[in-house]
Design a protein around this ligand. Structure first.
Ligand SMILES: [Fe+2]
Ligand SMILES: [Fe+2]
Length: 474
C-alpha cells in the first residue's frame, strides 16, 4: 500500500478509517515533537539536512532525498505489505494462520517485547544528542541525523502497535517511552547499555556497527513473529537499519584507512607515532572493539533461557531467517553450549534447543559482525602491515548467562581475576585512550573537509559528491 502523506501522520495503514486510533496518535504526536526538541540532537534543529524519507515500502523507490529541517521530518507509520495466507513459521502453533490481533494469553508478553524494543529507539537518540558538536565532516553530520530521525521513526513504529493493539495500557506505555530518558537517575531506559552516553565519534561508529546490529537481529527475530502487524513493522524497520550499520562499518573502515596512511608516511606502526600525527592507532581501535562487542553480547540474554523457550514455543519471537532452518518446532532437538565446568575450565553441555534460542541468535550475530572485520583486515593487509582486528570470544566480559562472574581472556579461556586486572589496559579502553579520542573531537563543518583522524568516504550519499553541502547550517 502506498504511503499517504496528506495526513498529519503519514502512514500506509489506512489510519483515517479508524478515527479513535487516529485521534489517539495525533494526541501523542505533539508529545513526541516536544521530546525531539528537548532530547533530540543538540543544535542544528533549524538547519536543512539532506535526509531520505520513506515514500513506499517496496525495495525500489522507498526513499526520496531532500533538504529537510529535522523537526519537519515526516515521521510516520509504515508496515511492509501483508503477505497473503501467511502461516506461523515456528513453535507449537507451526503452520496455523498468523494473528492479526493479539491473543489474550500472549498480551503481556507481546507488550513487553514491544516496549523493550521501543525503548531502545529514543534511547539511542538521547545517547547521541551531543555528537553534532564534534562532527568530523558535514557528510558524517548528515549520517548521524539520518540515523537519529530513523530511530525516532522506529519509536513511532512501536507506538503504533501499542496504540492499535493494547488499549489504554498501550497508550500509557507509549507515554512512558517519552518519559524514561537515557542515563536518568530516577527514570532510566530499560536496558543498561542504552544509558551510557555516546559522546565521541569512535564510540558512535562502534555503536552503529555493533549495537545497531544487535538491533538488526532482534528485529529479524521479531519479523518472524506470529503477530503479523509486529512482523510487518519489523520488516520495514530492517530496511532502515541497514544504513545505520553501513555508517558504522564505513566509519571504522575510514578511521583504519587514515591510520594506515599515517603509518605509511611515518614508516612505523608505533601507536605513539600514529597519535603524534593525529590519527587513531589500531591497538586502541582493537580495545574499543573488545569493549563494544562484549557489551553487546549480553543484549541477547542468557545462553540458556526459559523466557526465550517460551517465546519460541508460543510463536512470539523466532530465530532470524527461520525459513533457513529445517526444524521449526524444536521439540526434541538439542543444542551444544560451552559452559564453565566448575573447576576453572570449560565444558560442553547439551541443552534443549528451545532454551538455546538466544545463543543461536547470538552466533548468527557474531558471524554477521565478522563480515566487516574481514574487510577491515583486508585494508590493513593491503597496506602491508602485520595487524589483525579480532572479535573477542562470546565468553569474554559477560554479565549475563553462565559466564557471568567468570573472567576469561579475549580468546575465552578462563583466567584468574588478578590476571584479568593485569591485562585490562591491554584489552580494554584505558582512561588515556578515552582522553586521547576525546582530544580529537573537534567540529568540522566546511563542505568536503574531514577531521584529521578519519579518511573521506569513497563516495557520497545518493550519488552526490563527498563535498556536497549535506547540512545547510542555519
Ligand atoms: Fe532502530
Ligand atoms: Fe538503528
Amino acid at each position: 500500500m502506498s504511503i499517504n502523506y496528506q495526513e498529519r501522520i503519514p502512514n500506509n495503514v489506512n489510519l483515517s478509517t479508524d478515527r479513535a486510533l487516529q485521534r489517539a496518535l495525533e494526541h501523542w504526536q505533539p508529545h513526541f515533537l516536544d521530546w525531539w526538541t528537548d532530547m533530540g540532537p543538540e543544535g542544528f534543529q533549524a538547519s536543512d539536512v539532506y535526509l531520505r524519507t520513506a515514500t513506499s515500502v517496496d525495495a525500489k523507490g522507498w526513499a526520496t532525498f531532500g533538504h529537510v529541517k529535522m523537526p519537519d521530518y515526516r515521521w510516520g507509520i509504515f508496515l511492509a505489505d501483508q503477505e497473503k495466507d501467511r502461516a506461523i513459521g515456528f513453535g507449537d502453533e507451526f503452520g496455523k494462520p498468523v494473528w492479526q490481533d493479539v491473543p489474550g494469553e500472549h498480551r503481556a508478553a507481546l507488550r513487553n517485547l514491544i516496549v523493550t524494543q521501543g525503548d531502545t529507539e529514543p534511547a539511542s537518540v538521547e545517547q547521541q544528542r551531543m555528537l553534532g558538536q564534534t562532527c568530523p565532516s558535514l557528510y558524517d553530520l548528515r549520517n548521524l541525523f539520518q540515523v537519529n530521525v530513523e530511530e525516532g521513526r522506529h519509536l513511532w513504529a512501536m507506538v503504533y502497535l501499542l496504540h492499535a493493539h493494547f488499549g489504554r495500557q498501550g497508550r500509557e506505555e507509549a507515554e512512558e517511552l517519552l518519559h524514561r530518558h537515557s542515563g536518568d537517575q530516577d527514570n532510566p531506559r530499560i536496558l543498561g547499555t542504552f544509558n551510557e552516553p555516546i559522546d565521541d565519534w569512535l564510540s558512535f561508529f562502534m555503536f552503529t556497527y555493533f549495537t545497531d546490529r544487535d538491533g538488526k537481529f532482534q528485529l529479524k527475530s521479531l519479523a518472524e513473529s506470529s503477530f503479523d502487524p509486529l512482523a510487518r513493522t519489523c520488516q520495514f524497520m530492517l530496511t532502515e537499519e541497514a544504513h545505520h550499520m553501513f555508517v558504522g562499518e564505513t566509519g571504522i573502515g575510514r578511521i583504519i584507512k587514515r591510520a594506515l596512511e599515517v603509518m605509511k608516511e611515518a614508516g612505523t606502526d608505533d601507536p605513539e607515532a600514529v597519535r603524534k600525527a593525529g590519527a587513531i592507532d589500531l591497538p586502541l581501535l582493537q580495545r574499543y572493539v573488545n569493549f563494544w562487542f562484549s557489551s553487546c553480547m549480553d543484549l541477547f540474554g542468557s545462553e540458556k533461557s526459559s523466557n526465550a523457550a517460551a517465546y519460541f514455543a508460543s510463536g512470539l519471537k523466532g530465530r532470524p531467517d527461520e525459513a533457513s532452518f529445517e526444524d521449526h518446532v524444536l521439540l526434541d532437538a538439542t543444542y551444544d553450549l560451552t559452559v564453565p565446568d566448575g573447576n576453572g575450565g570449560a565444558t560442553v553441555e547439551s541443552a534443549p534447543a528451545r532454551n538455546a534460542v538466544n545463543e543461536m541468535v547470538r552466533q548468527a550475530y557474531v558471524k554477521d559482525c565478522m563480515m566487516g572485520v574481514i574487510r577491515w583486515n583486508r585494508l590493513i593487509k593491503k597496506a602491508g602491515f602485520d595487524f589483525e582486528i579480532t572479535l573477542p570470544s562470546t565468553r569474554f566480559r559477560r554479565s549475563v548467562g553462565p559466564w557471568q562472574g567468570h573472567t576469561t581472556d579475549p580468546e575465552g579461556n578462563p583466567i584468574a581475576d588478578e590476571q584479568f586486572e593485569r591485562m585490562r589496559t591491554t584489552w580494554l579502553p584505558t582512561e588515556s585512550d578515552r582522553a586521547y579520542v576525546k582530544s580529537l573531537m573537534h567540529q568540522v563543518i566546511e563542505p568536503g573537509k574531514m577531521a584529521g583522524w578519519i579518511a573521506p568516504p569513497d563516495r557520497g550519499i545518493d550519488s552526490k559528491p563527498v563535498d556536497y553541502e549535506y547540512v545547510r547550517i542555519n
